[in-house]
Design a protein around this ligand. Sequence first.
Ligand SMILES: Nc1ncnc2c1ncn2[C@@H]1O[C@H](COP(=O)(O)OP(=O)(O)OP(=O)(O)O)[C@@H](O)[C@H]1O
Ligand SMILES: [Mg+2]
Length: 444
Amino acid sequence: MTRAISLHDVSKAYTRGARVVDRLSLDITPAEFLVLLGPSGCGKSTVLRMIAGLEEIDEGELLLDGEYANDLPPSGRDMAMVFQNFALYPNMTSRANIGFPLRIEAPDTDPRPRVDATARLLGIEDLLDRLPGQLSGGERQRVAMGRAIARHPSAFLMDEPLSNLDAKLRTHLRAEITQLTQELGVTTVYVTHDQAEAMSLGDRVAVLRGGVLQQVDSPRAVYALPRNVFVAAFVGTPRINLLRGLVRAPLDGAMTISLGKQFLRLPEPLSLDHQLLRVQQGREVIVGLRSEAVRIAKHSAARPGEVPLTGLVEHVEFQGHEILVHFDTGSSPAVVPELEAPRPRPGSPARRRRRDGSVLTRLRERSAAGRAGPVVTLDHPEAAVPEAAEVRLPGDLIVRTTPDLALRHGMQVPLLVDLAHLFVFDQHGDRICPHPDRLPDLGE
Ligand SMILES: Nc1ncnc2c1ncn2[C@@H]1O[C@H](COP(=O)(O)OP(=O)(O)OP(=O)(O)O)[C@@H](O)[C@H]1O
Ligand SMILES: [Mg+2]
């Protein structure tokens, strides 16, 4: 048996007046794998705990299979929770840990067959006689998962279950969780702040910001049609480039988006997407360029739909299979406040210190940058437009390329922007293009 979980306008405040979850509505269908994604403190765990019955709901309704469940005690909800810090009983073997909830539920039934079946499913038969102290982190997490599964609950609630593990193990267990939950066909709500994890696990991803749901969609739709600049910036690596632009749509000439001293010229006839930009004439917008939207045009001509831009190499980041080139295009980055500290300006003390590059210096630098300006916040664009000279931050565009290109600091490099991959957001950060009609499979 698997559950439908619905939240209708659910709110929660721990202290009066400060809502940490704000009118959240979500319909999770039976057997769905839904990921709650968002930065630290955005209310993910609180939502999960309200679903589990561990936290009271202040306003709104929780429905389980269509039945009002706000006041149902946790034991009556038939859900199993898996936490980040594998809460195993240290003095019990894996077998006893996995069997524990079964013994509570049905004291007269021998838990062994269920425990053995669960252990087989998770490939931990060899670990059943060990104590948690004799297991590695990954093994402990499997046992914790086993304890949740053995009961055959009607829903799993997982709160960052993999975040204490190293990267390799995390990827491995991620694949296991996907397979396991598909096999069991149990509704799963999975909390993480790791966008890569969310994208690879979820049937749908619900993005939260400050307790407010921003978007809930398939991973593909969240990536290709982010509702706003926050979602666009939260999802995808390397992070989407966000530049401040100005739309110019003269009656007698081509429409352009200025990016500082350069501009993107939109080809005639205007595409459906670009027609939507007409009403933005004379207004500031935020241009979003993911790494697939820009390429270095050293040895190749523009393809249809590509327009030129020039960048000054600021910094080259070697990644092995690729390099990330940080360009200065003379435009100003738009900053999403929760997601990053602003980069220091050239010549500032923070910037000069970067040369010695120690971790401590960089940390210090980051916290100094967090205090000093300029920050272009999106919520108050008009209040945060400093003098033109001040907003010239270096390395405003990061482009991914193959490692064989020899690029050095200070080189002037021709770039091509693929307008088919152009994102534009309005002053409030809401997406203007692409229009969903252009990506009908992902339509909103
Ligand atoms: N018991 C509590 N009392 C008061 N405030 C709380 C309590 N629990 C959480 N909060 C606050 O509520 C907000 C949301 O917390 P929550 O734990 O849901 O965030 P989260 O998204 O899970 O963050 P993280 O990714 O860091 O785990 C935070 O600002 C947190 O400080
Ligand atoms: Mg949490």
